[in-house]
Design a protein around this ligand. Structure first.
Ligand SMILES: Nc1ncnc2c1ncn2[C@@H]1O[C@H](COP(=O)(O)OP(=O)(O)OP(=O)(O)O)[C@@H](O)[C@H]1O
Length: 468
């Protein structure tokens, strides 16, 4: 937590002020200003620019509520916490309505005060960051496109993600990358790291299969003798990622104890190597990724809600390949060319039929599946045109799995609150089929399992009112 903030304390009772000052100093808040004269508050805010003002409600000459209202009007960004001897709901409500962040009754509960100060600062920083991100997103152009050159895409949604990554580049908060397996989460993690222009390296830790000791040891390191077999000091990966990024992949598999340690690391920004009682400071940005649904894991009790809350502040959700089919041609050409170069072959011509096949496939393995399919096809191609035999076999083999997944992807009628009408369903199906075939009605009718004439008839009838 940042203790570099400045706090102004205003009370006509000097004793209360001194007591508060000492308590806040013990917590590390050393930038303080004490005022017993409420009339000086406004000029002192202008001169000293405090972040937080602890304001007594009852002072001579000045009404605390009026002063609160004036501060919030002239300096809306200031955090004002009210302090009073009155324990009445009415006053508390008035204070919060006028913009006070909280309201304390004397004697002050110090622990709650620290908590409120930390939360208010956190909230203020978060709002400021969101404002900067929004500002950045208003401008549509990606300014550091070189950092995204490994992520091939023609898709507008993906390009918006690049823009978002640029917008959060300077934030030191964690970044969570979500996406099905093979969507490119690792590529995105590297892009997040590169765009931030940090001086350190990106270091990857795969949380899958790591028990808590292995996780702590990898991340935090240990001191010689910390456990049997710890024959010498070992530097943790967080230290190796100094001033860079630590990429925690498969975060959904993190064990409960490790989740607590990660939460503490994020909250305090410090950690203890195993066997050491001297804390170290983390300077690496934390990037996490998972293909799992963390909210579902929270519901079943295997993932901590408070950790998720911290991790998800900047979330990048990569769409599956089936939701950005406009990326298939560019990726296909790229992977085929790369495979042929590796195999020392000339790149074969790509038959149009290939895209028809791909456009009807769910690609549950996403980009990785496409990459492997093309590598395999390149191996088995002997002529000038890409052989589709292996691809067709793969698609046929996986299509039974696809149909089970299709239900999950496109929704189960049982879970629908309101069923679509038959007419709407038919129209939607036709639109989707036409979209997948670039409006080629012959191909669309074949996907839909009807003749071209039948498709035509349905198209011409689509705007007629339903009769039954
Ligand atoms: N948009 C893209 N452009 C070029 N290559 C890509 C793209 N997306 C993914 N790839 C490639 O696809 C493969 C899988 O990507 P990556 O390993 O980043 O996926 P992932 O989401 O981390 O998968 P997993 O969850 O299984 O770890 C890699 O070889 C990667 O280079």
């Amino acid at each position: 937590m940042n203790k570099d903030i400045s706090i102004m304390m205003v009370d006509d009772d000097e004793k209360t002020l001194l007591g508060l000052s000492i308590i806040l100093k013990t917590k590390g808040y050393t930038k303080q200003q004490i005022l017993t004269d409420a009339e000086k508050v406004i000029p002192e805010i202008i001169t000293n620019k405090p972040d937080i003002i602890l304001l007594d409600l009852h002072m001579p000459n000045v009404c605390g509520l009026d002063l609160l209202s004036k501060i919030k009007k002239d300096f809306p960004e200031k955090i004002v916490i009210m302090i009073t001897g009155d324990d009445t709901v009415d006053v508390a409500i008035k204070c919060t309505r006028l913009g006070a962040s909280d309201y304390f009754v004397k004697p002050i509960d110090h622990e709650r005060l620290f908590h409120v100060i930390e939360n208010s600062i956190e909230e203020k920083n978060h709002k400021q960051e969101l404002l900067e991100i929004q500002q950045h997103l208003l401008d549509n152009t990606v300014t550091q496109s070189a950092h995204f050159s490994n992520i091939l895409t023609e898709n507008t949604g993906m390009k918006k993600l690049f823009k978002y990554i640029e917008a959060i580049a300077q934030s030191n908060r964690p970044v969570l990358i979500l996406g099905e397996t093979g969507t490119g989460k690792e590529l995105f993690a590297h892009a997040v790291h590169n765009v931030s222009n940090s001086t350190g390296n990106i270091v990857t830790v795969n949380a899958a299969g790591l028990d808590d000791t292995a996780f702590s040891d990898s991340l935090f390191g240990h001191k010689k003798g910390a456990f049997t077999g710890a024959l010498q000091n070992r530097e943790g990966l967080i230290k190796k990622a100094k001033n860079g990024s630590i990429f925690l992949d498969e975060i959904g598999d993190l064990k409960p104890q490790s989740q607590i340690k990660l939460l503490r690391l994020i909250q305090e920004n410090t950690y203890y190597p195993l066997g050491s009682d001297i804390s170290e400071t983390n300077t690496a940005r934390i990037i996490t990724a998972t293909h799992q649904n963390l909210e579902a894991l929270i519901s079943e009790g295997s993932f901590r809600n408070d950790l998720y809350f911290r991790l998800q502040i900047h979330t990048i959700k990569i769409p599956p390949l089936r939701e950005r089919r406009d990326d298939i041609p560019v990726l296909t050409k790229f992977f085929l060319k790369r495979a042929c170069e590796e195999l020392g072959k000339e790149s074969p011509a790509i038959p149009n039929e290939l895209y028809d096949l791909f456009n009807n496939h769910l690609f549950l393995g996403n980009v990785r599946e496409l990459e492997m399919l093309l590598y395999d096809a390149a191996i088995h191609t002997t002529g000038d045109t890409l052989s589709l035999d292996h691809i067709k076999r793969h698609l046929a083999l996986t299509s039974s799995g696809d149909s089970a997944k299709a239900k999950e992807v496109w929704g189960d009628f049982v879970s629908m609150y309101e069923l679509p009408t038959i007419k709407n369903s038919t129209n939607n199906l036709i639109d989707e089929a036409l979209k997948r075939c670039d409006n080629n009605q012959k191909k669309a009718s074949s996907i839909l399992g009807i003749t071209r004439q039948a498709l035509n008839k349905r198209l011409s009838r689509r705007d007629e009112p339903s009769t039954s």
